[in-house]
Design a binder for this molecule. Structure first.
Ligand SMILES: *Cc1c(COP(=O)(O)O)cnc(C)c1O
Length: 361
């Protein structure tokens, strides 16, 4: 069995070099005679690894010292609720920009903890384009503005950071963090579930402006408090040690690739190739998203005849192309092109799509 080209939306492909290194180090990590999973997070080896992972992430994204970096658990979904607990006081409202499945979910999960103001929504457009910035009804007194820069299911992505004035901007970057350079200083808080572009599931990476950590006023258990986690170096309790380690290996791999400018160029090339194949298929394949809103990470597409879906999936899998089935909310297909998916994978996909269309067109 050889490795396939993996287009999974998440948990998603990891860089092969990262997996191979983890395999090499599995039984004897760092000269310890045990795996990284089998030792204390309070030990000096783990602490050094954790600090290196944070330093590498800080280097990749040029994260200013005024921001804390946290390695948390709970998935992005838990933080949909924890963010308002930490950033909003009782009675506060927060602005939510709803541009697809995940931002809608974030707004829903926040509702028990903050007055949610849907400042903009593209639901009426079936999320086929981003809500135009000039139509956002932002409240200058909002505790924060939440948005989802890349909608993993709907395949829409913001290609610029929206201007929101003085109100802290909160971004769920689960599916596009580290896909290119970022001006972290534009954000109040960035968070990402790891299983798309960083590592295994069960880890959340958070970058938060330190002054915002002082905002929480409501009583809450310490385990929910970002300030308490920051004060404890994300080790208030046992962290996801394996996830943290793999995230660190991915950060090193990204550095070895030449950093995020290079990664961004590779991602543009990969997405460009696939969108070109879809748009140039004479209607055999279709991506319905308005071109300026198209995601570089997640490309949903349909076949002109849904009766061909089963054959497409079966034949693509036989050709070594894994996980192209679309999300059940949209049907059709979806190819996720995260950092760990190489150009060769997209070339193989596009060649398969052309061949399939020629045989079934
Ligand atoms: C996958 C995903 C989530 C959910 O992540 P969990 O870790 O399963 O909670 C949230 N937001 C976005 C943008 C995602 O892609």
């Amino acid at each position: 069995m050889s490795r396939v080209w993996n287009f999974s939306a998440g948990p998603a492909a990891l860089p092969q070099a990262v997996l191979e290194r983890a395999q090499r180090e599995l039984l004897d990590w760092n000269g310890s005679g045990a795996s990284v999973m089998e030792q204390s997070h309070r030990g000096k080896r783990f602490i050094a690894m954790a600090a290196q992972a944070e330093a590498d992430l800080r280097g990749l994204l040029a994260i200013p010292e005024t921001y804390a970096v946290l390695f948390l658990q709970g998935g992005a979904t838990q933080h949909f609720a924890q963010i308002p607990m930490n950033l909003a006081g009782t009675g506060d409202s927060a602005d939510y920009v709803v541009s697809g499945h995940w931002s809608a979910k974030a707004a829903g999960e926040a509702a028990p903890y903050v007055r949610v103001n849907v400042a903009a929504s593209s639901a009426a457009d079936d999320y086929l384009q981003l809500p135009p910035r000039e139509q956002w009804q932002l409240d200058p007194r909002a505790a924060y503005v939440h948005y989802t820069p890349n909608e993993t299911i709907h395949g829409v992505e913001f290609h610029d950071v929206p201007e929101v004035g003085e109100v802290p901007l909160v971004a769920d970057m689960s599916s596009n963090i580290l896909s290119g350079p970022l001006d972290v200083g534009r954000f109040g808080l960035i968070y990402a579930g790891a299983q798309k572009n960083i590592g295994p599931s069960g880890l959340v990476v958070m970058i938060v402006r330190r002054d915002l950590l002082q905002r929480a006023t409501r009583p809450m258990a310490r385990i929910f408090s970002y300030a308490a986690q920051a004060a404890a170096d994300s080790m208030l309790n046992t962290p996801n040690t394996w996830g943290w380690y793999l995230a660190g290996l991915t950060f090193q791999w990204l550095k070895e690739q030449g950093g995020l400018e290079r990664i961004a160029a590779a991602n543009r090339a990969k997405a460009g190739l696939l969108y070109e194949a879809i748009d140039g298929s004479g209607g055999f394949y279709r991506n319905p998203v308005a071109p300026p809103s198209r995601s570089r990470m997640n490309v949903p597409f349909t076949l002109h005849d849904g009766a061909l879906d089963a054959a497409f999936l079966q034949e693509s899998e036989a050709a070594g192309l894994l996980a192209l089935k679309g999300h059940k909310a949209l049907g059709g297909m979806r190819a996720s092109l995260y950092n760990a998916v190489p150009l060769e994978a997209v070339q193989a996909l596009v060649a398969f799509m052309r061949d399939f269309a020629a045989r079934h067109g």
